[in-house]
Structures are given as C-alpha cells and as structure tokens.
Design a protein around this ligand. Structure first.
Ligand code: SAH
Length: 436
C-alpha cells in the first residue's frame, strides 16, 4: 500500500452470507488461482502451520456484552470488562501491571483471558524523519503481516493488513505473488491500529503526541475476502470507548479488487467508510490480466457495484489505478476511463507502479503520467497522484510482502533502509512452512 487520502460518510446493516464462490463456468482456462476468495470467513480450522489454527480470543473480537459475559465466567463482576476495555482502547495499556484500576489479584487473569498477545513486532523500519514507520508483525502461528504508520501535518494514517498474504494474485503486487496464508481475526486487525495509536500516544513518532485519524485497508490481503472480520474490525475501530477505539468511520477506507457481492453487502452495513476500488484498467482485456478476479466480475459489474455503493452511502468512491508503463497508461485508456467515470461520485487515485523485485513492469514515464492526468481531468474526473511514501522501507504499495514472508523464511531487511528502529530478537523461521 501506500498513503491515500481517505475521507468519507453514511447509514446501517447486518450480516449476510459470504460472497458466493467463483462458479466453475465463469473461470478462465486454467481457472483462477486457488484460494482466490480466501475461503470461508475466519481463520481456517486445523493445526500445525500458519493458517491452521484460530488466533486466541481477544476482547477486540467481542462486543462489549460478550466481554462482560466472558469476565463473569471468570468469576469477576461484569464492569471489569468495561475497565479492561478502557485500558486497551483508551489508555492503550499493553501490560497488566499498568492497569491499576483493576484489583492486583485479577489483573493477570483478566489479561490472560481477554488480552492475549496476538502480534509480536519482529522489525520496525522508519523513513521520512521517523514519520513513516513500517512494522513487521509475527502472528501467534508464525505468519507475517505488516502495517504502516504515516504521519502528515494534521493527520495520521495507519495502513493495515486484513490477511496474511493474499489470494487475489494480482501480478504486479508483491503480496499477490505469495498467495494466501490465512485471514486475520478481528482483533489481529484492530491490534495493528492500537499499536500505532500507542506509539503516537507515547510520543514515539516525531511531531509530538498524536492520534490515529485514518485507517486504510491497503496493507496485505483482500479485505472483502475476509469480510466478517474486517467489518467487525471497522466497528471496533469506530465504536466509542469502552466498546472500541472511537475513530471516525469517515477516516476509514476499505480497498478491494472488486468482489461485487461483498461490495453490495458492505453498502448495506451502514458504515460510512470510503470504498476504494482497485480498477487498474478500464477494459476487461487488460484488467483480466492485472486483476485476475476480473475474469469473474467484469469492469462494468465492478463499476456498477461502486456506483450503487456511492448511491447508498453518499460516499465518493476512490478508483485506484496503478500506472504501468505501456500496459495500462495509453491515452485511449485514459479517455475510456474518463468516459466511464464522468459524472460519477468518484475520483481517481493514480499510483505510480512500485515495481516488485523481478517485475517485468515499471512505472510510466513522467510525460505519460501527466497526459493521463490531463485526459481524465478533461472528462471532469477528479484525479490525485498518490505520494509514494515509505518506498525506501518497502512500505509502499504492493511491497509489504517483499520482505515479510518469502516462503516462510525470516524476513530480510530491505536493501536501503534509512533507519532500522528495532530488530526483534532472533526470529527463527516459523515452525512450519506456510500453507497456501
Ligand atoms: N486487496 C486490496 C488492497 C490491496 S493494496 C485491493 O486490491 O484493493 C492497496 C492498493 O495498492 C491496491 O490498489 C493495489 O492494487 C495497489 N498495489 C499493489 N501493488 C502495487 C504496486 N506494486 N504498485 C502500485 N500499486 C500497487
């Protein structure tokens, strides 16, 4: 991922079934990559290697009444759940010893039951004078995920992962090359944001004490293939304390390859989050290759779903477009895109391609990019060119997996980090190879 400028607003909803799996009849020759839709929501059941066991239960997985029930089962009064929740979401406490409003005798037991350690920071890298920080996390079962904190004047954006790996197989994206390991739990997603909030609240990010204002689901994974956990995470992030972190939903952006049924379902949730659609091509020929799920849901269907989302929520949809030299940056494609988007509640976020190691593709020439912008603008379509913060720490778009989990080996540092802030204590390789 890399920074985007979220914004957003809207209304309400309830859980529907997960998107239907790809019908065999709709598949291209050879079919879509296995695990394309990430399987059923929630971590896969089984044991032994990443993806095979369920992450431990954490209070962020539970609604407040469920937390109260859980502490009651431990023989505690229900309000202890509220206290514990405030410790986590408001005080951002990480250590039971800090939770001085809880009786000393029950702190550890409550924390063990509802605040298990889900993510261990393996490595933290910073650039931009410490205001862009990428954290490589190891999960309880040895998978790797990454989050990126980006501080700008007046706002802090956390880019979070929703899955370990990704099953969408977009050929220009590092995460897409590695395949899907597993879905993250709600709490594993929330914890990435809470960890960022903690570093800001402790003054560890240059610029003084701060708060997270924006969250973008543009790290590893396809958020709408992990629908239930992602939507629950959005609820936890937006509910006021003690239920959650109390962020504004307008500052949250969910980015998708275009899983059409799930976009419809998200529109009905009543969560005023911004939808970002990774279009990357205005025509099916190019998009079939760049975003393989397009072989299931075509450009026209994806855009229809986006316009319905805009209608229902009143939110402007962000169309993500990675400009790739001589692949999708032709003037005629700019004009076609302009025609498709003209008059719609949408803006285009152009992302100069960040080539992944060994990629046969590269970013467009400066003049081509300017021409692309000019043509979109001539159709009256608002365009921004995304900044490329974090590139030198592999924190930019599509790079998150490059150093994170190369086939289960411990991560290598990127070639030219400006600063290595911390290094985890010698991580052995995950106990078992990743599953796909
Ligand atoms: N699965 C989600 C989130 C992915 S990351 C989605 O596809 O939307 C967020 C954005 O970064 C997506 O638009 C993705 O296509 C883009 N991206 C991935 N790799 C990239 C790269 N190497 N260069 C530029 N953008 C990239």
């Amino acid at each position: 991922m890399s920074p985007s400028r979220p914004s957003s607003p809207p209304p309400a909803a309830q859980a529907l079934p997960d998107p239907a799996p790809l019908p065999p009849g709709g598949l291209p020759p050879g079919g879509l990559p296995p695990g394309l839709l990430g399987g059923p929501d929630g971590p896969a059941a089984s044991r032994g290697s990443p993806g095979r066991a369920k992450p431990p239960r954490h209070l962020a997985d539970l609604a407040l009444p469920e937390r109260r029930a859980a502490v009651t089962e431990l023989g505690e009064r229900p309000f202890r759940a509220d206290q514990l929740s405030r410790q986590y979401f408001t005080r951002l406490a990480a250590d039971p010893g800090e939770m001085t409003d809880l009786p000393r005798s029950s702190r550890q037991e409550l924390a063990d039951a509802l605040l298990p350690r889900l993510l261990t920071a393996e490595r933290e890298l910073a650039c931009d004078g410490g205001t862009t920080r990428k954290t490589l996390w190891r999960t309880f079962d040895g998978a790797y995920v990454e989050s990126v904190l980006m501080r700008y004047p007046g706002r802090v954006t956390m880019c979070v992962s929703s899955q370990a790996g990704c099953g969408m197989a977009c050929p220009f994206c590092a995460t897409g090359q590695a395949g899907l390991t597993r879905n993250l739990s709600t709490a594993e997603i929330v914890e990435q944001v809470v960890a960022g909030a903690r570093t800001l609240a402790r003054g560890q990010v240059p610029g003084g004490l701060g708060r997270v204002s924006n969250v973008v689901f543009m790290g590893m994974g396809e958020p709408l293939a992990n629908y239930r956990s992602v939507v629950q995470a959005v609820r936890r992030l937006t509910e006021p304390a003690p239920a959650g972190l109390g962020l504004s939903a307008r500052g949250i952006t969910v980015s998708t390859v275009g899983l059409v049924p799930a976009i419809g379902r998200l529109a009905a949730e009543g969560l005023p989050v911004t939808l970002a659609v990774s279009l990357h091509a205005p025509d099916d020929e190019a998009r079939d290759e760049l975003v393989p799920v397009n072989r299931r849901w075509k450009v026209a269907e994806v855009l229809d779903a986006a316009w319905r989302y805009a209608d229902v929520t009143g939110r402007r949809v962000s169309i993500e477009y990675a400009l790739i030299r001589d692949v999708n940056d032709q003037a005629w494609r700019a004009d076609l895109l302009g025609t498709l988007l003209a008059g719609r509640l949408a803006h285009v976020n152009l992302i100069p391609l960040n080539p992944t190691p060994g990629s046969r593709w590269t970013a467009s020439r400066a003049g081509t990019q300017e021409e692309f912008v000019a043509r979109l603008t001539s159709h009256g379509v608002p365009v921004t060119v995304r900044d490329t913060r974090g590139r030198e720490i592999d924190g930019a778009c599509g790079q998150l997996a490059a150093s994170a989990d190369p086939g289960g080996r411990p991560p290598e540092p990127p070639a030219t980090p400006r600063a290595v802030l911390t290094r985890g204590t010698t991580p052995g390789p995950p106990a078992t190879p990743r599953s796909r």
